[in-house]
Ligand binder design. Structure first.
Ligand SMILES: C[S@@+](CC[C@H](N)C(=O)[O-])C[C@H]1O[C@@H](n2cnc3c(N)ncnc32)[C@H](O)[C@@H]1O
Length: 283
């Protein structure tokens, strides 16, 4: 089965190139509000951040087919000692955009995960009450649905072609609300300076919520992990990314290195660059 992949360089607050109801699944990880290492001071304030999420949620609702799923990998963010309740606010924003909140899965990283700092060390140095700051090993995976899925709208052939391997489902404990997945390791070169999620995350979501030949959207494409996995699973993909400098990374990761437009009669890759794209220009 041949697949098509499109990368749009621009701000995903508008998805003008994508027609209404043309997407079968959305999976993404938005920037976390002013995350100290990745997005320091990208947003003017928290309301500005929530305003961006609101616009994006409305666009996702517009482009998604009725009955289909939108998945957000997101988490509360600690900025200068204050935790911002992004999970709760994003849930409300997606509900207000028209989605039904279906589920929350917790992604647990390995115990040794160390990205920012071992905050718990404070107590080891000061073993007294009031010095407790836990190390965070968790992120949320929020699952939303637009309307109601009509199961009989899928042909028998397509259903069979996209059948889920129940051994993999059971052995890897996909059935629980706790998914233990290894994060992208700090030394990986392709994802350097990008807060990428592991391929396992879109792999599970795409397998569980889409059929072969359908189109997967990631509006915060980053290094192109979702697009890569969509291709591997014989789905089409559309990625939107504001940073033009990530074109070579995404092209390489999705497997079309060296060419902006590539068509080998099997899979195709197209890059659309909007005019006047400015990183951080999100108002
Ligand atoms: C958390 S990263 C996504 C990482 C991705 N899941 C991966 O595996 O590589 C978020 C990405 O969104 C991009 N971004 C931030 N604001 C954006 C916007 N308004 N429109 C499109 N992309 C944006 C950032 O440049 C960053 O690459």
């Amino acid at each position: 089965m041949s697949t098509q992949h499109k990368l749009i360089i621009g701000n995903c607050m508008s998805m003008e190139e994508i027609p209404d109801e043309s997407i079968h699944l959305m999976v993404t990880s938005p920037p976390y509000f002013n995350a100290p290492f990745d997005y320091k001071e990208l947003f003017k304030n928290y309301d500005h951040y929530l305003g961006v999420l609101t616009k994006v949620a409305q666009e996702i609702y517009r482009v998604l087919q009725d009955g289909r799923i939108a998945v957000l990998n997101i988490d509360d963010m600690l900025v200068n000692g204050e935790k911002f309740p992004i999970v709760a606010d994003a849930t409300k924003i997606f509900q207000n955009a028209g989605f039904r909140y279906r589920d929350r899965i917790i992604w647990k990283k390995p115990d040794g995960y160390l990205r920012i700092s071992k905050r718990s060390g404070v107590l080891l140095q000061n073993p007294y009450p009031m010095y407790f700051y836990p190390d965070n090993l968790l992120e949320s995976i929020l699952i939303f649905q637009k309307g109601k899925f009509i199961y009989r709208s899928i042909s028998k052939e397509t259903r069979e072609d996209s059948k889920i391997d129940v051994k993999e489902f059971s052995n890897n404990k996909w059935y629980m609300t706790l998914w233990e997945m290894v994060n992208v390791l700090p030394g990986s070169t392709l994802e350097k300076d990008i807060a990428a999620f592991p391929e396992e995350l879109p792999y599970r979501i795409i397998t569980l919520f889409s059929y072969k030949g359908e189109t997967i959207l990631d509006p915060f494409a980053g290094s192109g992990t979702t697009m890569k996995v969509a291709r591997k699973l014989q789905r089409n993909s559309i990625g939107i990314e504001i940073k033009k400098s990530l074109i070579p990374t995404i092209t390489k990761k999705v497997g079309f290195e060296g060419q902006l437009t590539f068509d080998n009669n099997i899979d195709s890759f197209e890059v659309i660059i909007r005019e006047n794209v400015k990183y951080g220009c999100v108002s």
